[in-house]
Write a protein of this length. Structure first.
Length: 77
């Protein structure tokens, strides 16, 4: 999967944030809408779309959407 498609997939989980604000360098945890429900949604989407399990700690260790993409790609073997 390309980074642009990944960013769009994650952006869909943010109902109140404009999609154009999302790019690989977006610090998603700094968005006003960020919270535990979105974190769980992202974990579920990654599990569903990529069949990869990540944890809350994994999300905590990622700062940008590119970091999260890199993590998913590294586990997608």
């Amino acid at each position: 999967m390309k980074i642009e498609k990944f960013v769009a997939l994650i952006a869909e989980e943010f109902d109140e944030t404009a999609p154009e604000l999302f790019n690989p360098n977006t610090r998603y945890k700094e968005l006003n809408e960020w919270g535990s429900l979105i974190a769980l949604s992202i974990i579920a989407i990654i599990d569903e779309e990529f069949e990869i399990r990540i944890t809350g700690a994994d999300l905590s260790n990622c700062d940008t959407l590119n970091d999260l993409f890199t993590l998913v790609e590294s586990r997608n073997v």
